[in-house]
Design a protein around this ligand. Structure first.
Ligand SMILES: C[S@@+](CC[C@H](N)C(=O)[O-])C[C@H]1O[C@@H](n2cnc3c(N)ncnc32)[C@H](O)[C@@H]1O
Length: 346
């Protein structure tokens, strides 16, 4: 639980025993609060309150206040904190100890190397979702050269849509969310990343706002990281996660109600080799595979695991008459794997 510290000890050599013992946040403390001493204090304070990786949290919070990268704190360990920074830091650490998510305290979250503004109005982007985007970018390389049309369902802070727009220069993305608060944050992020002309944000329930745009059968990609926590599991979520919007987390009775609707409706919007890419939760791969396999318009899905070995991403493509013939030929002549490779799914 102690986490790894950058370059300050764990022994608290610069802190008096009484301070650490009482854990007082004394505003009148006249002793010099160096970076090192502050990090030691914060790390212990957080550890005692059950925060995972307390050292890392302390470093990221102080780095945020000093506008320094975590590793650059090494260079200033003996620097004194000004009184105002010290008080701000202590307040942030106190809030973190109450399980306020780190990203809510810093106001940002990195995703695929880009920094996104986040706050309690939106879901905080997770590293696992980077796998979804990476796989899509690999598969999308097949269409390089022509305009790429994509839909991001449940866009949250816009991290997926904006990353795709940054990486695929000739793309147009429609990003949908049911939450108007999420869309406010997402629009800000699109402006910050200078892709607001190519990402169009729409408020509504899944495909509803797309119908009136006449996008039927025209979309190259539908990507989504929908809510997938089963209703019965909501109360078991960690305290940090409970501070995120419920609408971003809860996926109905078995957690898959939104996935079901997406899988059912996606073929209406995808073009003849359109890609459907979904993030899934732990233990959901089998049902999702069955749902996709039951739809004749889809190729057999490919499941991709995350770095912990958990099945995390599902990819499939639509298959219409001519392409179906192609696929069957490939499978007959060279096997299923090669057939899928033809579609960028292997
Ligand atoms: C798990 S979050 C994903 C956010 C972001 N795309 C990401 O991957 O980090 C799910 C998002 O879906 C949105 N959402 C939930 N139900 C929806 C619905 N029926 N239609 C559209 N968006 C929905 C939520 O508001 C939330 O922003």
């Amino acid at each position: 639980m102690g986490g790894s510290h950058l370059c300050y000890g764990n022994g608290g050599s610069l802190s008096t025993g009484a301070e650490i013992a009482s854990e007082n946040i004394e505003r009148n403390d006249r002793k010099v609060w160096t970076v090192k001493r502050s990090l030691e204090w914060a790390s212990r304070y957080l550890e005692k309150r059950g925060i995972e990786n307390p050292g890392l949290n302390a470093e990221l919070l102080l780095g945020h206040l000093l506008q320094k990268k975590r590793f650059d704190l090494c260079l200033v360990v003996n620097q004194d904190l000004s009184c105002s920074v010290r008080i701000l830091f202590q307040n942030l650490v106190k809030k973190r100890a109450q399980h306020v998510p780190l990203s809510h305290l810093t106001g940002k979250q990195d995703f695929m190397g880009y920094s996104f503004k986040v706050d309690p109005r939106v879901y905080i982007p997770r590293p696992e979702t980077e796998i979804l985007v990476e796989k899509v970018l690999q598969a999308a390389s097949l269409t390089r050269g022509r305009k790429f049309m994509a839909v991001d369902l449940g866009t949250g802070c816009g991290n997926i849509a904006i990353t795709l727009a940054k990486q695929l220069q000739r793309s147009k993305i429609w990003a949908v969310d049911i939450s108007p608060e999420s869309l406010e944050v997402a629009r800000d992020n699109a402006r910050l990343h200078h892709v607001d002309k190519r990402v169009e944000f729409l408020r509504g329930d899944l495909f509803t706002p797309l119908t009136r745009l006449g996008l039927q059968r025209r979309v190259d990609l539908i990507i989504s990281n929908p809510p997938y926590v089963a209703s019965t599991q909501m109360r078991n979520l960690p305290p940090e996660v409970k501070k995120e919007p419920k609408v971003a987390l809860e996926g109905g009775e078995d957690g898959l109600s939104i996935h079901r609707r997406i899988i059912r409706q996606a073929p209406r919007f995808l073009n003849k080799t359109g890609l459907l890419a979904l993030e899934i939760g732990y233990g959901q791969a089998k049902i999702i595979k069955d749902l996709i396999s039951a739809q004749p318009q889809f190729l057999p899905p490919k499941i991709v695991s995350d770095y912990q070995g958990k099945k995390r991403v599902v990819l499939t493509r639509t298959i219409f008459l001519r392409s179906k013939f192609w696929f069957q030929q490939e499978v007959k002549e060279r096997g299923l794997r090669h057939g899928l490779k033809f579609y960028g799914l292997s």
